[in-house]
Design a protein around this ligand. Structure first.
Ligand code: NAP
Length: 270
């Protein structure tokens, strides 16, 4: 056998931070394996997956835009990702060599707030795209209370509340916030090249947490405003590293060395 490897696929893919994260952990653990970025065009996805699954050295891949839903057409889905989150971000091999899909975004999102008791708590989620699906799935699992979804396209947001069996409301972008315990930005607003997410945070209680899953830039205008108000914050690198950690273990059979997170964050920000 040649060298074991895993990778991230998408189109485009050169912006991906995954090779840096997984490469950092492989090097820290002294594992002789490779993690690369591979551009896969949408029309080639099925044939590409068939080729990789026939390669015994391939441990799996992370999946990003535009393939997160399409991979579900090509790989076994024993965990029912299609019917739940509706998008996968990881393909990996089971013990007997079969290739299956999963989604580590939901658990990666929850990891930094695992100590928070959100049971019955009112929350606000901005966005109704792929990332918001993972966030809403995770929030339903921890039993949050009413969920206010704020999105440019209200019908999409209403569909997600129903799909995940959550009680709550849909409001337009920029509507006044309710006094929520947690505010999550799961939209693209605030990302480099996008308009900022401009919200009046004053209705939030002093103990509210503001979580922005956007990681480029790391200090979004939303997080800056939350810090200026003295609120606790979680940035997008926490989720990015969290979802990668779960995938790393599926690929390489060992947990990554999270004691080096500060060094990793420094590299990701350089
Ligand atoms: P997506 O599926 O394209 O969804 C984008 C969301 O942003 C939708 O709700 C969309 O509203 C909204 N939006 C986009 N442009 C807008 C605009 N100009 N005005 C108002 N609303 C706008 O993208 P995604 O995959 O969910 O990703 C969303 C963000 O999360 C990205 O910044 C991505 O990098 C980040 N993310 C981070 C992680 C992490 O690990 N930290 C993981 C996944 C994603 P409509 O529904 O109206 O179109």
């Amino acid at each position: 056998m040649a060298r074991a490897y895993a990778e991230v696929i998408g189109d485009p893919i050169s912006h991906s931070k995954s090779p840096l994260i997984h490469g950092f952990w492989l090097s820290k653990l002294g594992i002789d394996a490779d993690y690369r970025a591979t551009r896969v065009f949408p029309d080639d996805l099925g044939a590409w997956i068939a080729g990789r699954t026939a390669d015994p050295d391939w441990r799996g891949c992370n999946v990003t835009i535009p393939h997160k839903a399409a991979v579900l057409d090509h790989v076994a889905d024993p965990g029912g990702v299609r019917g739940s989150i509706g998008a996968a971000n990881t393909l990996f091999r089971t013990g007997d060599g079969d290739c299956i899909v999963t989604n580590t975004d939901a658990a990666g999102f929850l990891a930094p707030i695992a100590d928070l008791d959100l049971s019955g708590a009112p929350v606000v989620v901005v966005g109704a795209g792929g990332a918001a699906r993972a966030v809403l799935f995770a929030l339903e699992k921890v039993g949050v209370g009413r969920v206010t979804v704020m999105n440019r396209s209200p019908l999409k947001a209403a569909g997600l509340l129903t799909h995940f069996g959550l009680k709550g409301d849909v409001v337009p972008l920029g509507a006044p916030l309710p006094p929520a315990a947690l505010l999550v930005n799961a939209s693209s607003l605030g990302m480099t090249g996008q308009a900022p997410l401009d919200l009046d945070l004053s209705p939030l209680p002093d103990e509210a947490l503001v979580y922005d899953i956007v990681y480029a830039p790391l200090e979004t205008p939303l997080l800056a405003a939350a810090r200026a108000r003295g609120l606790d914050t979680v940035d997008g690198l926490e989720m990015l590293i969290g979802q990668a950690a779960l995938a790393f273990e599926l690929f390489f059979g060992t947990a990554p060395p999270r004691e080096h997170d500060d060094e990793l964050r420094g590299l990701l920000l350089a």
